[in-house]
Design a protein around this ligand. Structure first.
Ligand SMILES: [Zn+2]
Length: 212
C-alpha cells in the first residue's frame, strides 16, 4: 500500500522504502491505490523521501519503491549526477517539506556510467558538449577504478569496471550532496537529514542500500 503515514525520522522513511521495494519484487505492488490521495494533495505535499535517480526508463522510482502520489520528491537525471540544479531541488524539498531522507539511486547497466567508461577506454570518443558535461561529472569516480584496472595492461574487464563504477558514482553523489551544500550539510550534521546511496538491479528488481 502507498503510505498515508509519515515517518518521523530518515531511518523510518528508509524502512518504508525497503518494504515497498520488497512488495514490488514480490509483484504485490498496489497500483490501484496509488492515486487515492489526489484530493488531499491539491493544497500541499509532504513527501516521505527525496530520490535522486537516473533517467533510465527501466527505473521509475515510484514503481520500484511501490509508492503513490505525493510520497516521493523525485529528481531524475542521466547517471544520477549532482549539479547545482539537483542540489537546489533537494535543498528545496528538505527545507520546505522537512523531508528527512535522500536516496541516491543508481542502477545496473547504467548507460551514462557506461558512456563514461567508454570515454576513458577510447579517449577519441566524441560526445555532444551537453552529454560530455554529464560524463565529466561521473568521470572522477570512474577514473581511479580505470587506472587500477589498466595498471597491468590494456586488457580491461569492461563489465566489471562499469559495475564497480556504478557504485562509486552513487557514493560520489552522496558525498557531494552531504558536503556540496551548506544547507544540506547542516541538516545532515544535526541529524535531521539522512543521505544514503542505493543500487537497483534491473534483473531482480531489488534495491540494495549501500553502506556509507
Ligand atoms: Zn542510468
Amino acid at each position: 500500500m502507498p503510505n498515508d503515514k509519515r515517518p518521523n525520522t530518515g531511518q523510518e522513511a528508509l524502512e518504508l522504502l525497503k518494504e515497498g521495494n520488497a512488495r514490488y519484487v514480490d509483484s504485490l505492488s498496489s497500483t490501484d491505490a496509488m492515486t487515492q490521495r489526489r484530493p488531499e494533495l491539491v493544497k500541499d505535499q509532504d513527501p516521505l523521501a527525496i530520490i535522486l535517480g537516473c533517467s533510465d526508463a527501466r527505473v521509475p522510482v515510484e514503481i520500484v519503491f511501490d509508492q503513490g502520489l505525493g510520497d516521493l520528491f523525485v529528481i531524475r537525471v542521466a547517471g544520477n549526477i549532482v549539479a547545482p540544479s539537483q542540489i537546489g531541488s533537494i535543498e528545496f524539498a528538505a527545507e520546505k517539506f522537512g523531508t528527512k531522507l535522500v536516496v541516491v539511486l543508481g542502477h545496473s547497466q547504467c548507460g551514462a556510467v557506461t558512456a563514461c567508461v567508454d570515454a576513458l577506454i577510447n579517449p577519441e570518443q566524441n560526445y555532444s558538449p551537453n552529454l560530455q558535461s554529464i560524463v565529466d561529472r561521473i568521470r572522477p569516480s570512474v577514473y581511479n577504478l580505470h587506472e587500477l584496472a589498466t595498471a597491468n595492461g590494456p586488457d580491461v574487464d569492461t563489465d566489471e569496471l562499469v559495475d564497480r563504477s556504478i557504485r562509486a558514482n552513487v557514493r560520489m553523489s552522496v558525498s557531494q550532496l552531504k558536503h556540496g551544500s551548506r544547507a544540506l550539510e547542516d541538516l545532515t550534521n544535526s541529524g535531521q537529514l539522512l543521505v544514503v546511496g542505493a543500487e537497483y538491479d534491473l534483473e531482480t528488481g531489488k534495491v540494495r542500500f549501500l553502506d556509507s
